[in-house]
Design a binder for this molecule. Structure first.
Ligand SMILES: [Zn+2]
Length: 119
């Protein structure tokens, strides 16, 4: 005899029954969705921290240039950043926390560090 996959109660119904009640069925799906949402959060959080670590590693002078492939090889994911900053000259920088990057469109990226005046 099978048991309810939510509460472990013995099942008395159809052979393909998985839950003892509607309550257990919705409770199971609620928990499942909550875990999925948490894993999305963890995945994005991990990607952001990894991006920050890579930018920090190569941003030694506070203003450096780096080849695109180097970032990619390190596992940098351009989708994930925390905020953007528009320089006076119109250049758009993307930031992962305090470390920023800008596509120089020639296979290189400019790396900068967040400054107070950027607020
Ligand atoms: Zn149950």
């Amino acid at each position: 005899m099978a048991n309810c996959i939510e509460c472990g109660e013995k099942l008395k119904g159809r052979i393909d029954q998985k839950y003892c009640s509607e309550y257990c069925k919705s409770s199971f799906h609620y928990q499942n969705n909550k875990e999925k949402a948490a894993s999305t959060y963890v995945r994005i959080d991990t990607a952001l921290k990894q991006n920050r670590r890579i930018l920090k590693k190569y941003n030694l002078s506070g203003l450096s240039q780096i080849r695109n492939e180097l970032l990619v090889n390190e596992g940098f994911d351009f989708k994930y950043y925390t905020h953007t900053w528009n320089a006076k000259n119109g250049n758009l920088y993307h930031f992962c926390y305090e470390y920023g990057f800008r596509d120089l469109m020639d296979g290189k990226y400019m790396l900068i560090t967040w400054q107070d005046y950027m607020n």
